[in-house]
Each structure stands twice: as C-alpha cells, then as structure tokens.
Write a protein that binds this ligand. Structure first.
Ligand SMILES: Nc1ncnc2c1ncn2[C@@H]1O[C@H](COP(=O)(O)OP(=O)(O)OP(=O)(O)O)[C@@H](O)[C@H]1O
Ligand SMILES: [Mg+2]
Length: 281
C-alpha cells in the first residue's frame, strides 16, 4: 500500500461503515447481496458490498466484467431489491425508482427517437409533475448546460453519439436528482469525445453540485471522474478496496502513476485483462 493513498475499506479487514457519524449518509449500501432467479436457483451476482456516499461526492464503481456493477446501479435506482442487506438514500430504504435517482445508461438508444432533443428532456419532467412552462424552462436550461442549446429541435437520429449522451445527461440532471447514476455513459464513444465529456461532466457536476455514482471499466476514467473508487472483486462480488483518488494530481504526476498502477494490480488480480499500453482497459 502506498503511503500517499488513503483507503477507506479493505474487505475482510474492517467494516467500511464502522465509526461513521449518526447522520445518515446520502447513500448507504450496507452488506448488500443481489442476484437473479434462474428456473430453480437464485444466482448471486453481488455477494456482499458496502460503501457510503456523501453529498456531492463522485463515487466510481470499477471491477471485472460481470461482477455486478450494473446490477448494483439498478438496485440503487430501485429496479432490483437486495436479497440481503440494505440500500438507503438519506436513511430511507425499500426504494422504488424515482426522479431523485436519475440514470444515464451506456446505450445511445436511451432517447425517444420520435421526440426532439427538447422533447426528450421535457417529457420526464412532465411525467413527474412539472407544469408545461416550468418543464420547458428547466429543459432548455439543462440542455444549455450540456452544450446543446443549438440542437433543441433535432431528433436523436440527427445527433452524434456524444450529443445523444449529452441529451441523456441533461434529461437526468433536469430532474434535479439527489444522485446521478451513470452506467458506463461514455463507453461507446471514441477516445477524444470520451475525454471531452469526462471534463465536461466534471464541470457540470461542480456547477450543479449533484452526487454521482459512476460505473466504468476504465481506470483512467475513474481517476478523472472520481473522488473515490470502489474496486469490486469477481462475481459473486465484494469490495476489494475503496481508494480515495481526490489528490492524485494530473496524469503526468508521480502519484497519478502510482495510484493507477495500484488499481491495475487490484483489477489484474481479479483476472481483468490489463493491457500495459491501453488508455482504457
Ligand atoms: N436480467 C438478468 N437476469 C439474469 N442474470 C443477470 C441479469 N442481468 C445480469 N445478470 C447476471 O448478473 C451478473 C452481473 O451482471 P452485471 O450486468 O451487473 O455485470 P457488470 O459488472 O455490469 O458487467 P459489465 O462490466 O460487462 O457491464 C452476470 O453474471 C450477469 O449474467
Ligand atoms: Mg454493466
């Protein structure tokens, strides 16, 4: 372990929720088990995962393919109930899906193809009770924030992949969620667009002060986007380590390289292919 890096939890060596203040965390994932029913058996995907997220934090979930990252995100969104443990938002459990936890997915087809850019952002606001004028103002405001003020009347098929993801981000943020859940939102983009959107996301998050739970396969993305990185082990998964990356500095700094190497080692130990020269794993 490097002296310069803080780790909050190492599975098996301590309880990551121990010693916290009585005030409930914004998000508390407490010894959660998740899985799916087959014909007869319950297949556990996430065995025992715990972490807490404070307001305005950016938490990244990283781990081998199939370890249950998307499953965890869906459970936080309220689509799947834990089979053991609990997920609490501001102390509340038995979560149903709601606009307080907006989700941005990886796929470019998450927009309504028959609605314009503006219509895509207005629609969920209206469904969630906003009046027509209010929804219109909020949608325009958030599309401006994501750099799409000039594309309000376009339809999804007239947008690039990066623009579609910006619409999805604007749509999620317009709901003013307490937590923005992002499941590899930039995974299908080319490296340059991806890097630009990562920077833009950081700016937007700083301006809106939203709390983010971000899933990625990329160590570099985790380091650019995250405050803390929850490294998951193979399925049925648990937390290997929670690494604080707030102070890592720019990509050419020594500490960045050290933390990056540490994360690569953790993921390599889990059998994830780690290519020495790859920007993204
Ligand atoms: N709807 C489903 N029904 C049954 N099993 C599922 C379902 N969704 C996921 N699984 C299984 O749960 C496990 C975890 O899947 P999940 O999609 O959460 O992994 P992941 O970490 O997001 O992977 P990736 O990095 O490839 O996206 C896998 O074994 C997967 O096959
Ligand atoms: Mg996934």
């Amino acid at each position: 372990m490097m002296p310069s890096m803080r780790t909050d939890a190492v599975q098996g060596t301590g309880d990551p929720l121990a010693g916290r203040s009585a005030q409930p965390a914004l998000l508390s994932v407490d010894h959660v088990q998740l899985g799916y029913w087959g014909r007869r058996d319950f297949n556990v995907a996430v065995a025992d995962v715990s972490f807490e997220v404070e307001p305005r934090e950016k938490i990244v979930l990283i781990g081998p393919s199939g370890c249950g990252k998307s499953t965890l995100l869906k459970a936080i969104a309220g689509y799947i109930a834990p089979s053991a443990g609990s997920i609490r938002v501001s102390g509340r459990d038995t979560l149903k899906p709601g606009p307080d936890r907006a989700v941005v997915f990886q796929e470019f087809d998450q927009l309504f193809p028959w609605r314009t850019v503006l219509g895509n952002v207005v629609y969920p606001l209206r469904v969630n009770g906003a009046g027509r004028a209010d929804a219109d103002v909020r949608a325009r405001e958030h599309l401006e924030l994501t750099g799409l003020g000039g594309a309000l009347d376009r339809f999804p098929h007239q947008l690039s992949g990066g623009m579609k993801q910006r619409v999805a981000i604007a749509r999620a943020l317009a709901l003013k969620p307490a937590i923005l859940l992002m499941d590899e939102p930039f995974g299908s983009l080319d490296a340059l667009t991806r890097a630009r959107l990562q920077r833009e996301l950081n700016d937007i998050v700083a301006r809106t002060q939203v709390t983010v739970v971000f899933v990625t396969h990329s160590i570099d993305e985790a380091l650019v986007v995250g405050d803390r990185v929850v490294v998951l082990a193979n399925a049925p998964s648990s937390v290997q380590e929670i690494v604080d990356v707030r102070e890592v500095g720019p990509p050419d700094s020594t500490q960045y390289s050290e933390v990056r190497r540490h994360l690569r080692r953790l993921l390599a130990a889990e059998g994830e292919e780690v290519d020495e020269d790859a920007v993204f794993i």
